[in-house]
Design a protein around this ligand. Structure first.
Ligand SMILES: [Zn+2]
Length: 257
């Protein structure tokens, strides 16, 4: 696990006997290839859990990157429209303007010369196979990486104690709950969920608490937060799960069902 500072976003390097798999490239300080070379001399395949700037910003330092088909850059970068909307809403405010333009350097994703390839169903690293599963919810093209040998799931931003769904407005909370419930049968042997925004993995049982929260969401029990420049207000639902503590779901009103 490699972690970007100061915002603490994780990337993961999985090594087999013949190849290594780099899951996400971080904010893109350009030093990622060097960091990876320090850890392995194997040829490296690069993948993104989803196309967001804190996961894909460093893609340009590599020749080719596999992404979920629905997140292919030619379909539009999932978060750029959202960021531009907010940036435009604050453009008239001279106090905030410098901050917005500084943030734009980090939060607007602009692909360079790297080639984007559709995610295959499996990567064979030599003695270590990693299966991929399409997981629309955080972005349309989000992908889970299942390392059956190590009993770990690399989930990116697909599950968290503060879950953003509004970056994929076409999925509702209950549809997302169904997706997780469907996977549960396949997950009996897995132990950990490795996520991008916490160095501590989540226990596999967290899925139960997460699904409970997704099922409890409705517009009446959520708080509305208006953010200038977003197409709709954000609804924030928070519950105190008896086992896993605070779990929050952030979504547009149309997704709170
Ligand atoms: Zn994300």
């Amino acid at each position: 696990m490699l972690t970007d500072v100061p915002l603490g976003v994780n990337q993961f390097l999985l090594t087999g006997k013949e190849r290594a798999l780099l899951i996400d490239t971080g904010y893109g300080r350009g030093c990622m290839p060097r960091k990876v070379k320090k850890l392995t001399s194997l040829p490296v395949t690069v993948v993104n859990t989803h196309l967001h700037p804190d996961h894909s910003g460093g893609n340009g330092a590599f020749d080719a990157v596999y992404v979920g088909e629905e997140d292919m850059p030619e379909r539009g970068i999932p978060s750029n429209g959202l960021f531009r909307g907010v940036a435009d809403a604050y453009r008239g405010n001279f106090l905030v303007r410098p901050l917005i333009s500084a943030l734009g350097k980090k939060f607007l994703l602009t692909p360079g010369g790297e080639e984007y390839l559709p995610m295959p169903e499996e990567f064979d690293l030599g003695g270590r196979k990693v299966r991929t599963v399409k997981w629309p919810g955080h972005t349309p093209g989000s992908v889970l990486f299942l390392d059956e040998g190590r009993k770990e799931i690399f989930a990116g931003d697909a599950i968290n104690s503060a879950q953003w769904l509004f970056t994929c407005p076409e999925v509702t909370a209950s549809e997302y709950a169904e997706l997780w419930e469907r996977l549960k049968g396949e997950l009996s042997g897995f132990e950990k969920l490795r996520i991008s925004h916490s160095r501590k993995p989540l226990p596999i049982g967290f899925i139960d608490g997460f699904v409970r929260a997704l099922r409890n969401v409705n517009p009446e029990n959520s708080k509305e937060v208006k953010i200038k420049g977003t197409p709709h207000p954000l609804m924030i639902y928070t519950e105190n799960d008896e086992v896993y503590g605070k779990i929050g779901i952030w979504a547009y009103p149309s997704q709170m069902r």
